[in-house]
Ligand binder design. Structure first.
Ligand code: FAD
Ligand code: NAD
Length: 443
């Protein structure tokens, strides 16, 4: 039996951040993963998707000036090579050198202080559970009879197909539909809601939808997948749209229909940790129903992003080992969908702010067509919407445009430190940059 201050199940974004936060507090740390460190983000998520998106963007630009032949076999090989390269920063040797006791194995909870890893027992004063999530597979008739793709195998295809059906226009579906379309795949994107990215500001998600359509992505909204079957050319999908039944064909089908938390097989029920289909239950300090056992990341379900898992990790570790506890506060949540242009979001949408504050809000808008840098880059397809309260404090921002994820980060600083939006006028920005727009916003 080996004893640690902290044991962590899962070495994805949540687990790695927890391990380093534990080390920073001088704790002995045991980190366990059944796969290689890195989790969904490194192996099947953020890293391969952003590598594919970047290559697709380069090819899209090149096709404006030259005839380009796409070698999708080589491109997918490069995506996997870049993934391996990104993994080097979290390689087991790196973790061991940093002072983390890393074990490759399957962890099960025996009690609130004891873990079993492939037959070996370990104890810890505090435990962090961060086992992540898996692709949700809905009960669509015939889906169990066809070979479908998810984010787990899509980057491991030998080459890209000629045609692809993508089910679900959330972040995964939209990012990958645009990238694959730019790489020559004829994509049909099917979404249940009336726009793509239905959780985002409607005006901006509609504008992004128009961009995707203009690039050639076939988008069916308000459409529900009813049944799927194999045919000689690949897959046939029946969709109900506006009361009518439509048949769609594709060589392959990709499911991007949300996530289901990984909650089974690690002894949560044995030790009394409460969970349901939406995830592991935690209180405002990220502690589960068992004292001393904390849960974070995708398995908790609140905001399924790597950076949010990192944010939760730092808070959970601090709460686990400090006398004073801090409640989790998602007011400064942020994310970006890495389409081209990007759609980034901080805090509330206009609709959410209206629901919470009525007419006591103001929406500050800026169109990318008024931005010199966007004009010379021919990147005028974009809009900034910042929602402020009566005191000019930011409640939320949505940005569709070139480098939106970087622009929103500057607003995040202002928002997090509770400055007024107009304080940005005092900050000198380089010209002609995209961020210089933040100095020019009119009240
Ligand atoms: C295609 C795609 C693109 C994405 N792009 C982005 C993006 O651009 N930006 C962003 O912020 N987020 C993105 N995400 C989301 C991001 O990947 C997740 O939010 C993040 O990986 C969650 O981290 P986690 O630590 O909770 O879980 P995971 O990363 O899933 O890690 C969980 C780990 O636990 C291990 N594990 C599970 N059970 C056990 C057990 N019993 N014993 C031992 N090990 C176990 C697993 O092997 C895994 O390594 C994307 C996701 C997908 C699918
Ligand atoms: N850039 C990023 O940060 C990034 C990128 C990819 C994924 N992610 C994370 O991964 C999570 C999972 O991504 P996702 O895209 O799978 O999920 P999602 O929940 O974002 O989107 C799923 C979409 O599928 C639609 N849908 C559900 N059932 C349907 C049906 N039967 N037919 C048609 N459409 C249906 C939903 O309306 C929704 O728009 C995201 O929520 C996000 O947290 C983040």
């Amino acid at each position: 039996m080996k004893e640690f201050d902290l044991a962590i199940i899962g070495a994805g974004a949540g687990g790695l951040n927890s391990a380093y936060a534990g080390l920073a507090m001088g704790k002995s740390v045991l980190l366990i993963d059944k796969h290689k460190p890195g989790g969904e983000c490194t192996w099947f998520g953020c890293i391969p998707s952003k590598a594919l998106i970047h290559i697709a963007d380069e090819i899209h630009t090149a096709t404006k000036y030259a005839d380009v032949t796409v070698d999708s076999k080589a491109i997918l090989g490069k995506v996997r090579a870049l993934t391996e390269r990104a993994h080097q920063a979290e390689h087991p040797d790196v973790l061991t050198n940093a002072g983390i006791h890393y074990i490759n194995g399957y962890a099960r909870l025996k009690d609130a202080r004891t873990l079993d890893v492939d037959g070996e027992e370990y104890t810890a004063k505090k435990i962090i559970v961060t086992p992540g999530s898996s692709p949700a597979v809905p009960p669509v008739k015939g889906l169990d009879q066809v070979e479908y793709l998810t984010n787990v195998n899509v980057f491991h295809q030998d080459e890209l197909p000629e045609t692809m059906i993508v089910l679900g226009a959330g972040a995964i579906g939209v990012e990958l539909s645009q990238a694959m379309n730019r790489l020559g795949v004829r994509v049909t994107l099917v979404e249940l809601s009336d726009t793509i990215l239905p959780k985002e500001d409607k005006e901006l998600s509609t504008a992004l939808q128009e961009t995707l359509i203009s690039e050639g992505v076939n988008i069916l909204t308000s459409a529900e997948a009813v049944s799927v079957s194999n045919n000689t050319r690949g897959i046939s999908l029946t969709v109900m749209k506006d009361g009518a039944s439509l048949e769609i064909e594709g060589e392959r089908i990709l499911l991007a229909l949300g996530r289901k938390p990984n909650v089974h097989g690690m002894g949560l029920e044995t030790i009394g940790v409460d969970f349901d289909h939406s995830g592991i239950k935690v209180d405002e300090y990220l502690e589960t129903t068992v004292k001393g056992v904390y849960a974070i990341g995708d398995a908790v379900g609140s905001y399924q992003f790597s950076h949010m898992a990192g944010f939760q990790a730092r808070l959970a570790i601090s709460n686990a080992f400090s006398d004073s506890k801090e409640a989790v506060d998602y007011q400064n949540k942020v994310w970006s969908t890495f389409t081209h242009p990007e759609l980034a979001r901080s805090g509330m949408t206009e609709e959410e702010a209206k629901a919470a504050y009525g007419n006591k809000i103001k929406v500050v808008r800026f169109d990318f067509s008024d931005l010199d840098r966007a004009v010379v880059d021919e990147a005028t397809n974009g809009m900034i919407k910042i929602i402020v309260d009566e005191n000019d404090h930011i409640l939320g921002a949505s940005i569709l445009g070139e480098r939106a994820s970087e622009l929103v980060s500057e607003l995040q600083v202002i928002k997090t430190f509770n400055h007024k939006l107009s304080d940005l006028k005092k900050v000198i920005h380089p010209y002609p940059s995209y961020s210089s727009v933040l100095q020019e916003l009119e009240d």
